[in-house]
Design a protein around this ligand. Structure first.
Ligand code: AP5
Length: 238
């Protein structure tokens, strides 16, 4: 914008666009376990200033704090099975009521079944809202086991790394908080195989569900993490 008044108009248009656009940021991450949903969801949250809501992280925090919910969830998670819908839906609906969700959110790990997707749609519809983007991060099964066995999670802050694709500065130590890194119990190969079959049976049908709703976008999750993110930003808009 060349002159002062032009610059003022540009700023005002930018703010208006921002306001309209931010209200449209209800994003769902779809994809197999280990496809990179969490990695990309964190980047989206930072780029668009919306919260990253991961049901897996919420359950792991409850397990760490030994809550009743955590004890129940652990029995399913350790086997690579889904936690029952009844435990997940109320939890997520409560989370939406928090102030940071006013401009939208990026959901990582929810919904994971058709009943969960329907519960989400009904809750949004009651407020005249809808899911804006369902981003499917495509990674073939054969790449998944390799990714999961190399993933390391921080026992302190939950940050995730990969020994080859996203290593820490000091081996075994979290860059963010300095706590030690572990291999998640459910990242052991036998459990990962079960998680993959549960994914194909119960979660993959959501791809068709959101395609029919006209909000599905697909990205190639086998690319480098930064390139996957660029593809996502192209879908969501700068
Ligand atoms: P959850 O924690 O949601 O696990 P998940 O969906 O299986 O996904 P992950 O967190 O394992 O993988 P991700 O796709 O986020 O990949 P990441 O970015 O870490 O759920 C765990 C359990 O909780 C479930 O099994 C279930 O029991 C329960 N649960 C949760 N939500 C539920 C719900 N709604 N209903 C019922 N039960 C529920 O990446 C993986 C690794 O790859 C990392 O090391 C990363 O650094 C690396 N990586 C990422 N991107 C790339 C790339 N492009 N190239 C190379 N490496 C990469």
């Amino acid at each position: 914008c060349p002159d002062f008044s032009g610059r003022v108009i540009c700023v005002l248009i930018g703010k208006l666009k921002n306001k309209i656009w931010r209200r449209r940021m209800k994003i769902i991450m779809l994809g197999a376990p280990g496809a990179g949903k969490g990695t990309q969801a964190k980047k989206i949250a930072a780029q668009y200033s919306i919260p990253h809501i991961s049901t897996g992280d919420i359950f792991r925090a409850n397990i760490k704090n030994n809550t009743e919910l955590g004890q129940k969830a652990k029995t399913y998670m350790d086997k690579g099975e889904l936690v029952p819908d009844s435990l997940v839906v109320d939890l997520i609906m409560d989370r939406f009521k928090e102030a940071d969700c006013a401009n939208g959110y990026v959901l990582d790990g929810f919904p994971r079944t058709i009943p969960q997707a329907e519960a989400l749609d009904n809750a949004l519809k009651a407020n005249g809202e809808k899911v804006d983007f369902a981003i499917n991060v495509e990674v073939p099964d054969e790449n998944i086991i390799n990714r999961m066995s190399g993933r390391r999670a921080c026992v302190g802050c939950g940050a995730t790394y990969h020994i080859k694709y996203n290593p820490t500065k000091v081996e075994g130590v979290c860059d963010a908080c300095g706590e030690k890194l572990i291999l998640r119990d459910d990242d052991k190969p036998e459990t990962v195989k079960n998680r993959l079959s549960v994914y194909h049976e119960q979660t993959q049908p959501l791809i068709d569900y959101y395609n029919k709703a006209g909000v599905l976008a697909e990205v190639d999750g086998t690319k480098d993490m930064e390139d996957v993110f660029k593809d996502i930003v192209n879908i969501l808009g700068k």
